[in-house]
Design a binder for this molecule. Structure first.
Ligand SMILES: [Mg+2]
Length: 138
């Protein structure tokens, strides 16, 4: 029995590298009842966000067309998405990007190389999921 289970939450993964995107999608796919939608850059993300509800956005920063910082900025000024939790994926050397993303309204960050456990911890927390009791006891 997993407490806090919600059958229909949606997450948008925004990442231009297909390998990195697959890794994120695979990690997030372990969250029960979470639908994961993929976008290949910020502009693609805005198209997918238009008129749709999402419970979480996970975004890379360095992307062509519309980068992650611009995406965070746009979402925080969009009445429909201003409250959506955002996790940014940054490089280890990306202190300045990280600072800027949080300043623009991102809620959390994870650092590349991506560890599935960190992605899951951040996502579960921001989705308001509680950790299954059997894991808490371990
Ligand atoms: Mg990138």
């Amino acid at each position: 029995m997993v407490s806090g289970y919600r059958p229909s939450q949606r997450c948008l993964v925004v990442e231009d590298s297909s390998a990195m995107r697959q890794l994120l999608v695979f990690a997030l796919g372990r969250i029960p009842g979470l639908e994961v939608v993929e976008a290949t850059d910020g502009a693609d993300a805005l198209r997918k966000l238009a008129g749709s509800h999402f419970d979480l956005v996970v975004t890379d920063l360095n992307m062509p067309i519309l980068d992650g910082l611009k995406l965070v900025h746009r979402l925080r000024h969009d009445p429909m998405h201003r409250a959506v939790p955002i996790v940014v994926v940054t490089t280890e050397a990306g202190d300045e990007d990280r600072r800027r993303a949080l300043e623009l309204g991102a809620n959390a960050y994870i650092t590349k190389p991506i560890q599935a456990s960190k992605m899951l911890a951040a996502a579960n927390e921001l989705l308001g999921r509680t950790v299954p009791a059997k894991v808490e006891r371990e």
